[in-house]
Design a protein around this ligand. Structure first.
Ligand code: NAP
Length: 496
């Protein structure tokens, strides 16, 4: 293998992209557009699509509007709804990957087990024992990816069917079944809304109620789609217009705008009062923390569904799972045929458990130790030529992660261009720049509703600090568009 740094040898960098989900697909397309063509994508599954491939539960949809939740380089005029359903997004991702030549570059059914930096290259090892050297590694491994299944006593002894929402069994027929669902996040709300009228009984095991904003769903007809095809600028306007509208309403609220927070609180309370007529259920579903503290759930189907006579909300806590069902802390056994675990994801993992070993044999898992951080959500001191998409502390929240990934890829491209221009061997953020950035962020994040709103959520790390970007997405885009290379160690010598 060629050990001379690619930018000094005047050759293409060999780039490994891990994950063929939304951000992996975007990385291939945008890197190729920027002139970087030696790209290999590693994907553990047999198809592209990431979260939209893995999640197939009934009611699955995206609560970010379709015209924003799409690639800027392949805007789709044919979205059927304002908020797309999961299968349509998966088709779009598959089509985009095929159309832009991504699919042939993907090594399917190939998990990456280890990445080891051997200056100035990374040695990548797969589950099949294959080892390859790359000049640059891009972790496009997603955020909400590793299912979190709490250690409920007795779960393994359940006689019915139990599964996490991201592992929905093929051909599962819930008609006439006694179904239980644990959790009340966005996933649970969509499932409850979709299945309550099919099942014999539905038990929602709720630890914390959620504020829910109605989802203003709408379908798009053939005339509108025809118009978007004929006048593509309309799609572009819808993209930027939606980004502007969300940023200046829901995003502002999370960052502390009192007016928007008051609106959200009012809209959620009204939604609850209008759609849950039973005062007991209404009381059970009323949170005791501020709206938008947890990621706001947008759903119009949950309240009518949970108000049905066949639906019950159990708030007394889970004692244990038994073969026949779930016993709550009051001693009541709720008999179940099916138990759905809508219990969320291990959000501190990112690329872990892949073993990532940087300079001085430092392991990423040890560095993070349950509180992952990154420089501008993309890079890390001590891990040269290693880039993350949707890494820790990015702008998540109720916004388009596609837009966020794309601006992170532009940032990566700027880094590669700089390497090429200056004949660099490696590039990594300086420890001081990383610390200054993270310090500023952890001060600002304490002013957000995620910190002040009085709730527990997956935004908080093990120390209770939100692991989320605390300014606006447009601020993030601006900063990423013009990288400050003073924040980086620009290494001409492979040894640093
Ligand atoms: P989640 O928001 O993390 O919710 C997990 C739920 O499980 C919570 O209600 C939690 O209760 C409960 N739970 C966890 N451990 C428990 C335990 N030991 N006992 C009882 N309850 C327990 O997960 P999610 O609903 O899968 O959503 C995760 C994220 O995925 C969302 O926030 C969103 O970003 C994304 N998502 C997006 C969409 C979309 O439309 N774009 C749809 C689905 C999901 P507590 O609240 O008490 O912790």
């Amino acid at each position: 293998m060629d050990k001379q740094p690619w930018a000094q040898a005047g050759r293409q960098p060999r780039i490994a992209i891990i994950g063929a989900g939304m951000s992996g697909i975007a990385a291939v397309v945008k890197l190729r557009q920027a002139g970087y063509s030696d790209l290999t994508v590693y994907e553990k599954a047999e198809r592209v699509g990431g979260t939209w491939r893995e999640n197939r539960y009934p009611g699955l949809s995206c609560d970010v509007p379709s015209y924003l939740y799409q690639f800027s380089f392949d805007r789709n005029p044919d979205w059927n709804h304002r908020f797309s359903y999961g299968a349509e997004i998966q088709d779009y991702l598959q089509r985009t990957a095929d159309r832009h030549g991504v699919t042939p570059r993907v090594k399917f059914r190939t998990s990456v087990t280890e990445l080891r930096y051997q200056a100035p290259v990374w040695q990548l090892t797969t589950e099949h024992g294959e080892q390859t050297e790359y000049d640059v590694v891009v972790a496009a491994t997603g955020v909400l990816h590793h299912p979190f299944v709490p250690d409920f006593p007795g779960l393994a002894d359940f006689a019915g069917t139990a599964f996490h929402t991201a592992r929905w069994p093929d051909k599962l027929d819930l008609r006439g079944k006694k179904v239980g669902i644990i959790g009340t996040g966005s996933t649970s709300a969509q499932i409850v809304g979709a299945i309550a009228d099919q099942v014999q009984s539905l038990h929602l095991f709720q630890r914390t109620p959620q504020w829910m904003h109605p989802l203003p769903q709408k379908s798009y007809g053939p005339v509108w789609k025809w118009l978007l095809r004929k006048v593509p600028v309309l799609n572009r306007l819808a993209y930027w217009g939606t980004a502007f509208a969300i940023e200046n309403s829901f995003v502002r609220a999370t960052l502390g705008n009192r007016l928007w927070l008051a609106y959200i609180a009012w809209a959620c309370r009204r939604n609850l009062e209008k759609n849950v007529p039973d005062p007991r259920k209404r009381a059970q579903l009323t949170p005791d923390y501020q709206a938008a503290c947890k990621r706001l759930v947008f759903c119009s189907s949950f309240y009518p569904a949970i108000s049905r006579d066949n639906a019950r909300i159990v708030t007394s806590g889970i004692e244990r799972i038994e073969p026949a069902g779930l016993r709550d802390k009051d001693g009541t056994l709720h008999e179940l045929d099916v138990l759905i675990l809508a219990t969320g994801f291990k959000v501190s993992n990112f690329i872990l458990p892949t073993r990532v070993v940087g300079e001085n044999d430092e392991e990423l898992g040890q560095r993070w130790d349950g509180a992952p951080r990154a420089h501008r959500a993309t890079t890390l001191p001590g891990f040269p030529n290693f880039w993350m998409l949707e890494g820790p502390t990015g702008p998540v929240g109720n916004f388009s992660l596609i837009m966020v990934s794309e601006c992170q890829i532009d940032y990566l491209v700027a880094g590669l261009n700089r390497m090429k221009r200056d004949g660099l061997a490696a590039i990594a953020p300086r420890a001081e720049a990383f610390e200054a950035y993270n310090r500023k962020m952890s001060e600002a994040v304490r002013r957000t509703i995620w910190f002040t709103g009085g709730c527990q959520s997956w935004y908080l790390d093990k120390d209770g600090v939100p692991n989320v970007y605390p300014w606006t997405p447009s601020q993030y885009r601006r900063d990423m568009r013009h990288p400050d290379f003073g924040e980086f160690r620009l290494m001409t010598d492979a040894s640093g």
